[in-house]
Design a protein around this ligand. Structure first.
Ligand SMILES: Nc1nc2c(c(=O)[nH]1)N[C@H]1C(S)=C(S)[C@@H](COP(=O)(O)OP(=O)(O)OC[C@H]3O[C@@H](n4cnc5c(N)ncnc54)[C@H](O)[C@@H]3O)O[C@H]1N2
Ligand code: MOO
Ligand SMILES: [Mg+2]
Length: 417
């Protein structure tokens, strides 16, 4: 059952709360079937399909953290100056011989500590002359040695299934010797922009009713960042038959179909009726601003998300709904959306009854404390706001905000990959 957030107007239906809509959408997400093994450098941003366990200790052996001398502290006098003959030289990459009693080994950062040595003294406090090293004592046993297995023990899970493979994760995989990784196959996402008024950038505008298609570029770029394979279906005219045909075509190739525009209530808006005719509409109208008319459903095996045409609305709803849905379909483990409280540098005296997401930016106040400001226009057509902003302020229905109040900030850095 839907949650009633306001009285529906004739011809519409009650709006769902954001939380309920997101929960219902995510409940349908399932990881794509199909995996492949890819080399580490091809695995960036992919999602790991199965847990990886280390076959080795890292480091593999006790090794020196500094350039200096390795020795046995029991060979040293209690105070004053020690002097020890240097019995071997151990650069990184060499095998160390066991340390002869009463001697020191010249050692370099990363080189294996010889058996019998229990400390490394940095060279800055030593003098070496005629094969003998001198330094003040006492020295600390165990200093400057990185222990075998200190980072990773053999048999430990280093990367969990469902990990998004960041540069750090690939470095960690490399450090345990993994040359390739099993990842889920790429999600195929079809993108279509509806609207008779749309002209592609680079082309002239023929008359005042035309505008440039911006959503296509924003969405395709967002999808590429999420490592999706994009099927670009270009522009679709505001025509019921054409919309049905393109949805059928998209459903034959894609895991997910994303459209922009044509999901509201005007008779030029055909997306919802086409979706109902060719597949199934699961939910429509969410009590959020921007983004109210978002539609979600299925056509054949493909999921469908119809984003509102207003460029800011489609950008914001991509962040709030599409991104977590895609992540779940890619097999990524679900993590909480980063959000934190910060003081408002603005007043919001006339709140909406819908939950609102304001284009916002963190900035230091005169006192050096970080506050959050909002773009002067919050209109869902003002795309400049999305470039100015580095996140969204999440405003509850009917929430009045005064400068200095704590508000919830959702950083794009967390929202974007
Ligand atoms: N009577 C009502 N009218 C509207 C309602 C409503 O509840 N009752 N909702 C408004 C809200 S909120 C939104 S959001 C929009 C969503 O409309 P649609 O999804 O049907 O989108 P369109 O009508 O096709 O376009 C809206 C707007 O965006 C421009 N647009 C569309 N596609 C692109 C694109 N690819 N690049 C750049 N700009 C695009 C389009 O020209 C329109 O200006 O509906 C309200 N109306
Ligand atoms: O939902 Mo609309 O996105 O308020 O402009
Ligand atoms: Mg419309």
């Amino acid at each position: 059952m839907s949650t009633c957030c306001d009285m529906p107007l004739p011809g519409t239906r009650p709006m769902l709360s954001m939380d309920e809509a997101l929960a219902r959408i995510l409940a349908q997400a399932r990881p794509v079937a199909g995996q492949e093994n890819v080399s580490l450098l091809d695995a960036l941003n992919r999602v790991l399909a199965s847990a990886q366990v280390s076959a080795i200790d890292v480091p593999g052996a006790d090794n020196s953290a500094m350039d200096g001398y390795a020795l046995r502290t029991t060979d040293l006098p209690a105070s004053g100056e020690a002097s020890l003959p240097v019995s071997q030289r151990i650069p990184a990459g060499q095998v160390a011989q066991p340390l002869q009693a009463g001697t020191a080994a010249r050692i370099f950062t990363g080189a294996p500590v010889p058996a019998g040595a229990d400390t490394v003294i940095i060279q800055e406090v030593c003098r070496e002359e005629d094969g003998v090293v001198r330094f003040p004592v006492p020295v600390k046993a165990g200093a400057n040695i990185r222990r075998a297995g200190e980072d990773i023990r053999k048999g430990r899970e280093v990367l969990a299934a469902g990990t998004r493979l960041t540069p750090q994760a690939l470095g960690l995989a490399a450090s345990v010797g993994l040359g390739s990784l099993p990842v889920f196959r790429r999600l195929q996402v079809a993108v279509l922009s509806t609207g008779d008024e749309l002209v592609e950038p680079g082309m002239p505008l023929a008359h005042s009713g035309q505008i440039y298609n911006s959503n296509r570029y924003t969405l395709i770029s967002l999808l590429r960042r999420l490592d999706c394979e994009v099927i670009d279906l270009g522009r679709v005219r505001d025509d019921y038959g054409e919309t049905c045909a393109v949805l059928d075509r998209a459903a034959g190739q894609a895991d997910l179909i994303l459209s922009t525009g044509g999901v509201s209530v005007g008779e030029e808006d055909h997306v919802k009726s086409a979706l109902e005719a060719r597949g199934r509409l699961d939910l429509w109208r969410i009590a959020i601003k921007p983004g109210k008319p978002l539609a979600f459903g299925q056509i054949g095996e493909a999921f469908f998300i119809g984003l509102p045409g207003n460029p800011v609305s489609s950008f914001v709803t991509f962040q709030l709904f599409v991104k977590p849905f895609i992540a779940a379909c890619q097999g990524e483990r679900q993590t909480a959306q980063p959000a934190f409280a910060v003081a408002a540098a603005f007043d919001w005296p006339k709140p909406d009854k819908r939950r609102e997401f304001l284009r916002a930016r963190l900035e230091p106040g005169d006192d050096g404390q970080i506050r959050v400001g909002i773009y002067p226009s919050q209109s869902s057509g003002v795309l400049s706001s999305t470039v100015w902003a580095d996140g969204l302020v999440d405003v509850a229905p009917n929430q009045v905000i005064r400068a200095g109040d704590a508000v919830t900030f959702l950083p794009f850095k967390g929202l974007l990959p």
